[in-house]
Design a protein around this ligand. Structure first.
Ligand code: C2E
Ligand code: MG
Ligand code: MG
Length: 726
């Protein structure tokens, strides 16, 4: 190539070329260099290239004295204060310097070739920023990092992520989730979506307005106030494509390189969408793990966490606050649930939870730990043994839950019992766990229930003894059957003249050490443990054996005997078959047997109940509804069921006092008559009661006034004596 050709290459190459004299002046330059630095740079002192490259001239000369290897320097011009006017101060330039020598190899000049690498550097920064912006941080930190990097990439004053408050609301508003202003994270704010460029972005498409956005949206006051020029916004969708919000970059100067970075904004928006959804899912999972689905109150796990944090505060050196744990159990909930169905049961639980949360003080922790059990925590209770505060809260809870619940067109009265444990407390074991606390409260609750429900008991260690007794009963009951400790008693049912019409079979447990244990103490435990099935069968078998003996010996005996049937027994699929087989075994006519059932037993499954009752009556058994008036039945149910007898519960008979009219008892008797049923008054204790009941039209009585329950063997003698008296 000749020098002309070389000259043309020098002239036309897009790379800026300059020749630097050893005095540091530009002595030649090509058009690309002039275009970059301005016309008059040749031989002018304005362009101090060594200073720009931050290297001294002598160093340069020294370096190239006997070294041909090029020197590369990369600089952003803006860091320098002395620049030719034409030069773009934000440009990044890569300078490559090499020596020019004469024939003898002496350094004569230095060749500087320069390349504007601003775009390259910018892209690299964007990639780095993007990578950092969408890095592994999560949660709020993630959104803040995102807007910070976004502002940096766009070199813009503001960047934010905003979510729509409520898409269906007439007044749609964006609330920022993270906002970067002037390089720092600023407080979030909200603004109305209407008349803003964001309105075209939300749920739609990316919108870029490099400059003049205020003129395009004259009604957007915020844009005016912030003096915004450039706007670029991208919609945020969840991964399923549902709109969530927007991501926006704003600047007071026109925005540059919009095409290059729009796709980055979109990448950020997609990541933000995924993160928002992930957080929502996380929140939901947390809610599912720590919230009760029915009442939306904290659940058991949440309660344990709360108890744990009380303990931790003690470990952290602060005194552990005096607290009370209230274990609340709805009375007879199981009965209602069984009788009226789970939907009604669920609704009661929901309403009970709602009532507690609405009416108890806000600082009280309320949780539902399962079934019909709620736990309330009262902390920072005044120290000491004063329990007044606890009693006040308990009273309030009892009152709230004793108010009737309206479910559909039913009014249901429930009530509750409460067991409380106070902690930290000297008479609790030293190192009690959360489970221990629950156990203590449970023991107190059990006491409250045994003492007649609708009350609160505060745990004290003696209660443990009573729990042990109960456990003993449970264990002993298994032996009782095998060791012949159960006994059949009978109580006559009489007419107004005191003549025996029948007798009710009542079970007794003669404990070798504890003596006679009344049924109310062991029947519920037998029901809980399932032992009631074997016990019930035993009672019927023994009763029939007794009748068979009397029949064979021609002993005076009641025409009919009533046997109590537990709801559990009645619900057995083979109940009818079993009862019939036992009668056949002892050759006793079913017509001599009355089966006493309660509403709980009957209302479990009304269709099946009706079929069972009909089958039993077909065999000749008579059916009596025990404890009438204490249940929840609607009369409509009863009317549909084939029943023979109503037994008015003792609690109503108790109200029959001299001189007081008893409209309720009267109407019960009337209902019975109207439905063609016999009516038995239970628990008649005085002559006066008997007389009044007779006036009201009742003709069958059972009660201490006539006879107490007696060992079945003694009944024939009692009947004989009555007959001889008559
Ligand atoms: P229940 O079937 O309502 O029996 C009537 C209860 O009232 C009996 O109590 C009886 O002793 C008592 N009573 C009768 N007249 C009077 C009176 O004038 N004054 C007072 N204060 N009480 C009177 P008991 O024998 O303690 O039985 C209690 C409950 O235990 C029974 O109530 C019944 O629900 C259950 N039960 C008793 N035996 C059996 C049984 O063999 N099987 C089942 N499943 N339950 C039984
Ligand atoms: Mg009974
Ligand atoms: Mg009864």
């Amino acid at each position: 190539m000749n020098s002309n050709q070389w000259n043309q290459i020098f002239q036309h190459t897009p790379m800026g070329m300059l020749v630097l004299s050893l005095e540091g002046q530009v002595v030649h330059c090509n058009p690309s260099a002039t275009a970059f630095w301005g016309e008059q740079i040749c031989c002018q002192p304005e362009l101090d290239l060594p200073a720009i490259m931050e290297i001294s001239l002598s160093e340069l000369i020294n370096r190239f004295k006997d070294n041909d290897e090029p020197l590369i320097r990369t600089q952003q011009l803006k860091i320098l204060n002395r620049l030719p006017k034409a030069a773009n101060p934000s440009a990044w330039v890569r300078f490559t310097l090499s020596p020019i020598r004469d024939d003898a190899g002496l350094l004569t000049e230095i060749l500087v070739s320069q390349q504007d690498i601003s775009d390259e550097i910018y892209s690299r920064q964007v990639i780095e920023n993007t990578a950092q912006g969408v890095s592994a941080i999560s949660g709020q930190g993630f959104f803040e990092s995102l807007v910070t990097h976004l502002a940096r990439i766009f070199d813009a004053k503001y960047a934010f992520i905003g979510l729509l408050n409520d898409p269906d609301s007439a007044h749609r508003e964006i609330k920022t989730l993270a906002l970067s202003a002037n390089g720092t994270i600023a407080d979030n704010f909200s603004y109305a979506l209407k008349d803003t460029p964001c309105d075209n972005v939300y749920g739609q498409d990316t919108c870029a307005i490099c400059e003049g956005v205020q003129e395009l949206y004259p009604d957007d006051i915020l844009l005016q106030e912030m003096q915004i020029e450039g706007y670029i916004g991208a919609p945020i969708f969840d991964p399923q494509g549902n709109p969530l919000g927007i991501m926006v970059v704003l600047d007071t100067k026109p925005l540059e390189r919009i095409e290059q970075v729009t796709s980055i904004l979109e990448i950020f928006a997609a990541r933000a969408g995924a993160e928002i959804q992930r957080l929502a899912a996380e929140e939901q999972i947390h809610r599912m793990a720590y919230e009760d689905y029915l009442t939306h109150l904290p659940n058991r796990a949440s309660l344990y966490q709360e108890l744990q944090s009380l303990k931790n505060s003690a470990k952290a050196g602060e005194p552990e606050p005096h607290s009370a744990l209230f274990m609340i159990d709805l009375d007879h909930f199981k009965t209602i649930n069984d009788a009226l169905g789970h939907d009604v049961g669920d609704e009661i639980i929901r309403k009970a939870g709602e009532r507690l949360r609405q009416k108890l003080p806000e600082e009280v922790f309320i949780s539902r730990i399962g079934g019909d059990e709620f736990v309330v925590l009262q902390t920072n209770k005044q120290a000491g043994t004063d329990t007044r505060e606890v009693e006040l809260l308990a009273e309030k809870i009892l009152y709230l839950l004793s108010q009737p619940f309206q479910i559909g067109d039913r009014i249901i009265n429930i009530g509750a019992s409460i067991g409380v444990v106070l902690f930290p407390q000297t008479n609790l074991a030293d190192n009690y766990s959360e489970l221990d606390l629950m156990r203590y409260a449970d023991i107190a609750l059990y006491q409250a229930k045994s003492a007649g429900r609708e009350r609160c008991v505060i745990y004290s260690p003696e209660h443990q003894q009573e729990v042990n007794d109960r456990l003993e009963i449970e264990r002993g009951l298994r032996d009782a059957l095998q060791h012949d400790q159960l006994k059949i008693f009978m109580q006559p049912q009489v007419n107004p003249q005191g003549k025996a019409l029948g007798a009710e079979v009542l079970l007794r447990w003669e404990h070798p050490e504890k003596g006679m244990i009344p049924p109310f103490r062991f029947i519920p435990i037998a029901e809980e443990t399932g032992l009631i099935l074997r016990i019930g069968n035993w009672v019927l078998d023994k009763t029939l054996e007794m009748l068979s003996n009397w029949q064979q010996n021609d002993s005076p005996s009641p025409a009919v005997v009533s046997v109590n049937v537990s709801a559990w027994q009645f619900s057995q699929p083979d109940f009818v078959h079993q009862t019939r087989s036992l009668c056949a075994k002892w050759q006793i006519s079913p017509m001599r047997i009355v089966l006493e059932v309660t509403e709980t037993a009957l209302l479990r499954d009304i269709t099946e109940t009706r079929m069972k009752l009909e089958a039993l009556r077909q065999e000749g058994f008579r059916i009596s509804l025990d404890d009438f008036g204490t249940g929840y039945s609607s009369l409509a149910y009863l009317r549909d069921l084939p029943l023979d007898e109503l037994k008015i519960d003792k609690s109503f008979i108790d109200e029959v006092q001299p001189g007081s009219r008893q409209p309720l008892v009267e109407s019960m008797i009337a209902i019975g008559k109207h439905m063609k049923m016999d009516v038995v008054a239970e628990g008649v204790e005085t002559a006066d009661q008997a007389e009044q009941l007779e006036q009201m039209g009742c003709v069958i009585y059972q009660g201490y006034h006539f006879a107490r329950p007696m060992p079945a063997e003694e009944l024939p003698l009692w009947i004989e004596n009555q007959t001889s008296l008559a």
